[in-house]
Design a protein around this ligand. Structure first.
Ligand SMILES: NC(=O)c1ccc[n+]([C@@H]2O[C@H](COP(=O)([O-])OP(=O)(O)OC[C@H]3O[C@@H](n4cnc5c(N)ncnc54)[C@H](O)[C@@H]3O)[C@@H](O)[C@H]2O)c1
Length: 450
């Protein structure tokens, strides 16, 4: 609240409009790590295999093999077309199979990327670690809460590297956001607001079903795994996210990214409670996962998190993560981070225009004696800085670079199983809350439902 007389109002309005014309100061961010200068000797290559060669798995493998000294030698998938595509991309000598255990039995494979649907993440990771392989497992780390402790324990017991694939954790933008928050750039953090709006069919998970999809070309029993046994469904095979038996809905697909970003930037371990609401509003095509979901979460670090995912949006597709502090805000987008600082006013302000004029003058004079003007315009300084990722920047590549650095050094990964479980465990509170029509409590330190 400011002093609200006409003189002051005009001054404030002029300063505000001048302020709004100031462009943010731009900064180009440097890459997180320098490229190794020396080529890696062939006998020092890390040999990897891909388990689950769909959209994300193939994207992951393409990023992984760009890291110097990494070679892909095998692919496992339940659909023949993707095994054929694997050979097209990485050569005829790449070993392909429907049964990932054949890959795990090979001595020439050091690490695997797991890009299966969520309901296979735990089993494939545990089997791989027991077979002596390091693992890069896609997010969300878990499908069921019981998956988390088993994966953490197996990584510990087998002494394998297990990294979860929320690539934002390796992003230069998120690293900068973390640094800025810690340096007090936006003051005390009060709230994190994140949203993801999609208005397209692909955004709503209606991925293409190949024309040859059949029980002959798709290993349906292997795809199902522990999911309920039902007759072959090409839709469920290729668009599995739409069903809770294989995926974790909006919460596991998208909220989890927003949780891992929030946890990385703030250093928080997770919410103490969450509540969510959501429903299937638009895509009534047989799916059982909601297409609109809103979640609210409390953090003992002193902030609240609000999340929204909407597949029914009539407008632009957008993703936004905003950190609101006592002195400004920080917004992370796809390629940039913008920090807008509005330091808190050091004076409380007055509401006096309903009082007699003489009294207004009297109050204002006393007020100005107590709070002398610090800025000629009566406005605090307002500043905005924009940090831009290098052109063509890929946080996925950096996430793999970090993974393979740990595979070589045996030092901890950027996103271990504990981090992955804390992010996914928090995200899945939303599904539980909707199911139970209740607030769900979570102990982020013990990683247990409370
Ligand atoms: N990090 C990210 O930004 C990001 C983005 C998209 C997807 N993902 C994650 O990646 C995973 C895969 O998603 P997608 O979009 O690539 O799905 P997809 O359907 O395109 O691919 C999944 C593949 O796994 C195969 N598969 C299923 N069961 C298998 C088994 N037992 N053994 C071997 N292969 C098996 C299927 O045949 C399919 O080809 C999901 O967990 C998803 O959450 C992460």
């Amino acid at each position: 609240m400011r002093i609200f007389d006409r003189r002051n109002f005009l001054r404030v309005a002029a300063a505000a409009s001048a302020g709004s014309m100031i462009m943010p100061r731009m900064h180009a961010l440097a890459l997180a790590q320098e490229e190794p200068t020396k080529p890696v000797a062939a006998n020092d290559h890390i040999q990897i295999a891909l388990i689950g060669a769909g959209g994300q798995g193939m994207g992951d493998a393409r990023s992984a093999v760009q890291v110097p000294g990494v070679k892909l030698v095998a692919v496992a998938d339940c659909y023949n077309g993707r095994l054929t595509r694997g050979k097209e991309l990485w050569g005829d000598d790449v070993f392909t199979t429907r049964d990932y255990r054949e890959i795990l039995a090979r001595k020439d494979i050091d690490a695997v990327i797991i890009g299966t649907p969520d309901h296979w993440h735990k089993q494939a990771s545990v089997d791989a670690m027991r077979a002596g392989k390091d693992v890069y497992c896609e997010k969300p780390m878990i499908h069921l809460y019981a998956d988390g402790p088993e994966m953490i324990e197996t990584a510990h017991k087998t002494n394998r590297i297990l990294q979860i694939g929320s690539q934002r954790v390796s992003s230069v933008l998120y690293a900068k956001a973390k640094e800025l928050l810690a340096s007090g750039a936006i003051g005390q953090l009060n709230m994190v607001t994140a949203s993801w709006d999609r208005n397209s069919s692909l955004g709503a998970w209606n991925y293409t079903i190949p024309p040859d999809a059949s029980p002959e070309t798709c290993d349906w029993p292997r795809f199902l795994g522990t999911a309920p046994k039902i007759p072959f469904s090409a839709e469920q095979f290729f668009q599995w996210r739409k069903w809770k038996a294989y995926g974790s809905g909006v919460a596991g697909d998208l909220f989890v990214h927003l949780f891992s970003g929030t946890h990385f930037v703030t250093g928080a371990h997770g919410p103490t409670q969450g509540m969510a609401t959501g429903a299937l509003r638009f895509w009534k095509d047989g799916r059982d996962a909601p297409d609109v979901m809103l979640g609210l979460f409390d953090y003992k670090e002193g902030f609240n998190l609000s999340l929204r995912v909407n597949f029914v949006d009539g407008g632009e597709e957008s993703e936004s993560l905003i950190f609101t502090g006592s002195e400004g805000t920080m917004q992370i987008g796809w390629t940039s981070l913008t920090v807008s600082r509005v330091p808190r006013e050091k004076e409380p302000g007055l509401t006096i225009d309903t009082f007699p004029e003489a009294m207004q003058t009297q109050i204002e004079e006393a007020y100005r004696t107590k709070y002398p003007r610090t800025h000629p315009e009566g406005q605090p300084p307002v500043g905005s800085e924009k940090y831009v990722a290098p052109a063509g920047y890929s946080d996925q590549y950096d996430h793999f670079k970090n993974f393979f650095a740990s595979v070589r050094s045996r030092k901890p990964v950027v996103e271990d199983a504990v981090f992955g479980y804390r992010a996914a465990g928090a995200a899945l509170l939303s599904n539980l809350s909707i199911e139970r029509h209740a607030v769900v409590r979570w102990d982020p330190e013990a990683m247990k439902l409370a």
